[in-house]
Design a protein around this ligand. Structure first.
Ligand SMILES: [Zn+2]
Length: 80
């Protein structure tokens, strides 16, 4: 465990996410739809990387003054 992992995952509407805890564990869906179905704490979801198709907790990086989310598995930007 490290203190560098922030609880806020910056999950955005339209992201593909997988639920990692609770009764819907393992469910993959669109973040907007999932939030409509049931309010889910962002710590209970992981983003599914569009590049490597793996669930990841993104890290934040500032590139050209913009905050972007980076896949920890493959290093691709999650914000195209
Ligand atoms: Zn990836």
């Amino acid at each position: 465990m490290t203190n560098t992992d922030k609880k806020d995952l910056h999950v955005k509407n339209g992201d593909r996410v997988i639920i990692i805890a609770g009764k819907d564990k393992g469910k993959i869906g669109n973040s907007g739809l999932i939030k409509l179905e049931a309010p889910i704490d962002s710590s209970n979801v992981m983003i599914v990387c569009p590049a490597c198709d793996k669930a990841t907790r993104p890290s934040m990086k500032v590139i050209d003054g913009k905050k972007v989310r980076i896949c920890k598995k493959c290093g691709e930007q999650l914000d195209a």
